[in-house]
Write a protein that binds this ligand. Structure first.
Ligand code: BG6
Length: 369
């Protein structure tokens, strides 16, 4: 039941504040973060972990990519992200001190399941981040940290994505507490950010009308680029993937710092570029670098759509459109930034008269390798 919405995707984008809130419930308090499913693994085991590999496909891999920054920063363990189907065939270096975190909405994606089984055979500790109770991947894993986004019907993942980032962050905070890498102050700050998040997500969802107007004039666009830095980088990748998936438009996401190493050659008159601008308050250096990127592409004729936090006026002289989001610390910005990009894909798909929920050639869950 679409509950009055034009598509399941629209409904699910709109449910994201609940997806985050429900995923936090019972795991976060003023005392900090504790995930009972991880406590059951034993703190000693978590303290001994010296390397984390996140495995996933598609949108779930971008949630993992966002999460990798937070876990590394908070728990001080090296974290890498690998596509499930690449992980298995590279003869990865694994030990009993490696932790593999798989991320899968369905819990049935065959590529990810086979990667998890491979890791288990090699004695690695496995945690599954999954949205589907009792799916195969969480059942096979040592621990399951469920996202509580509710059933996701649209093929293109939206609410599961924000819930996945939330769950991975919680894992990072749990590890940081157990490993003692976090001061009480930092812990409190992260908890505060989380508690304020659902209301901010709800506010970000209200960008729809502005985005719909943008999409309207762009219905004939053949290519869209997305730039982001740090945690904004995987969001750029996700924004591009959404557009490919449901609007069938060529789109690419780049790390903003990589622009001068190649992608800037693509910039031509009228080329639309979404730029995810980090907070000038919590990442002033990255902010100024991204603003320079905007100046560089604008000078070459790009049509710049800047996604900024409210009150950031630095981009105004150079942006054609400015999408404003509530204030959040750097690591929490992706959970807001992705929302206008989801709306953009949906609105562009709609403007092209396509079926938003059932894109051609794609399945919600791919159960073959
Ligand atoms: C793809 C879906 O086939 O699988 C994507 O089209 C999804 O939307 C990806 O992100 C991974 O799926 P899952 O269920 O493992 O998260």
């Amino acid at each position: 039941d679409k509950g009055g919405w034009s598509s399941f995707m629209a409904k699910e984008i709109n449910e994201q504040a609940d997806a985050v809130g429900n995923t936090l419930r019972g795991r976060i308090s003023s005392a900090g973060v504790e995930i009972p499913e991880l406590t059951a693994l034993g703190d000693d085991r978590l303290r001994e972990i010296d390397r984390i590999i996140i495995i996933a496909c598609g949108t779930a891999s971008y949630a993992g990519h966002v999460g990798s920054y937070a876990i590394e920063q908070w728990a001080r363990v090296p974290v890498e992200v690998q596509l499930s189907h690449e992980f298995r065939y590279r003869d990865p270096v694994l030990s009993d001190r490696t932790l593999v975190i798989s991320v899968s909405q369905s819990g049935e994606t065959m590529d990810t399941l086979m990667a998890v089984k491979y890791a288990i055979e090699r004695g690695v500790t496995t945690i599954s981040v999954c949205n589907t109770q009792s799916a195969t991947i969480p059942r096979e894993s040592d621990a399951a940290v469920y996202t509580h986004a509710g059933p996701e019907v649209a093929v293109a993942s939206t609410k599961a994505f924000v819930a996945q980032i939330t769950a991975i962050y919680l894992i990072g905070l749990h590890l940081a507490r157990v490993r003692g890498t976090f001061s009480a102050e930092e812990q409190t700050r992260a908890v505060e950010q989380f508690e304020a998040l659902p209301a901010k997500v709800a506010e970000a969802i209200e960008t729809r009308d502005q985005i719909a107007q943008l999409a309207h004039w762009m219905a004939d666009t053949r290519s869209v680029l997305f730039l982001g830095r740090h945690v904004g980088y995987p969001i750029a990748l996700e924004g591009a993937l959404k557009l490919k998936e449901i609007a069938y438009i060529h789109a690419e996401g780049f790390a903003a710092g990589e622009l001068k190493h190649g992608p800037i050659a693509l910039i031509d008159h009228g080329q639309p570029v979404f730029v995810l601008v980090p907070s000038p308050r919590t990442s002033p250096i990255m902010h100024s670098k991204v603003v320079s990127n905007i100046q560089e592409i604008r000078a070459r004729g790009a049509r710049v759509i800047a996604v900024v936090e409210k009150g950031d006026t630095a981009v105004l002289p150079y942006a054609d459109d400015v999408v404003r989001l509530p204030l959040a610390d750097t690591l929490f910005e992706p959970l807001l930034q992705v929302i206008p990009l989801q709306w953009f894909a949906l609105e562009l798909s709609t403007a092209k008269g396509l079926d938003v929920d059932q894109p051609r050639n794609l399945a919600k869950s791919v159960t073959v390798e």
